[in-house]
Design a protein around this ligand. Structure first.
Ligand SMILES: [Zn+2]
Ligand SMILES: [Zn+2]
Length: 220
């Protein structure tokens, strides 16, 4: 297993934690599995910060001897930005039809399509999965459609709509929609994974069940 992400409740208060837990850790087996999702096999751990902080830190962490290198992240930190998303693939069909003229007007006025910009395609917690294929929400054993917990995606923002302004090239005078990243940061920010043709792994949980079962999907 390789470590993928660790988030604390104090940094992401909107995360649904099981009672008594305040750290979320995601690891995965970095081999492509022959299951329905056809990707790495993630495992979610809910822990308490007190236990994690009181534990021993390995000076020489084990590395996998067999792995798909597109799914092994390099060490990095997260610098979250809070944004509001609107559904793209999850927009109800009737609503999409009645709004289509307005979407055309937006594209005409601003030069980008609603569907390209309604959701982020970068790694994120909450919001809507940035579906590239048709939405495919898992359903919990209790019958409830699971909630989107987080996405780990290959796409780090180096240009376009969801690109962080503080990573913009220093001499760029382009509007933020069109500007590119500072070359210095392009090769250094983020986890550095290609994840198989710039795909993404989406994790879902059922907060209605006490043990918070989870499921995953792969999209590219
Ligand atoms: Zn495995
Ligand atoms: Zn459930």
């Amino acid at each position: 297993m390789v470590p993928v992400v660790q988030l604390c409740a104090r940094d992401v208060p909107e995360l649904p934690f099981p009672a008594g837990m305040d750290v979320l850790q995601v690891v995965w087996c970095p081999l492509i599995h022959n299951d329905e999702a056809g990707t790495v096999l993630p495992k979610v751990y809910w822990r308490s910060e007190q236990t994690v902080a009181g534990g021993r830190v390995l000076s020489d962490p084990p590395v996998p001897y067999e792995y798909d290198e597109e799914f092994v992240p390099r060490s990095c930190t997260v610098t979250p930005t809070r944004v509001v998303e609107y559904p793209n693939g999850d927009l109800p069909e009737g609503l999409a039809q009645s709004l289509s003229q307005r979407f055309d007007e937006i594209a005409e006025a601003f030069g980008f399509s609603y569907y390209e910009t309604a959701v982020t395609v970068q790694s994120k917690v909450g919001g809507y999965p940035g579906w590239l294929q048709q939405p495919n929400w898992p359903v919990c054993g209790c019958g409830r459609r699971m909630d989107h917990l987080l996405s780990i995606t290959a796409t780090e923002p180096v240009e376009w709509r969801w690109f962080p302004l503080d990573e913009q090239g220093p001499e760029s005078s382009d509007p933020s929609m069109w500007t590119g990243a500072d070359d210095v940061v392009v090769d250094t920010i983020g986890h550095g994974m290609d994840m198989g043709d710039l795909g993404g792994l989406y994790l879902f949980v059922c907060p209605g069940c006490p043990d918070m079962p989870y499921a995953h999907r792969y999209d590219c």
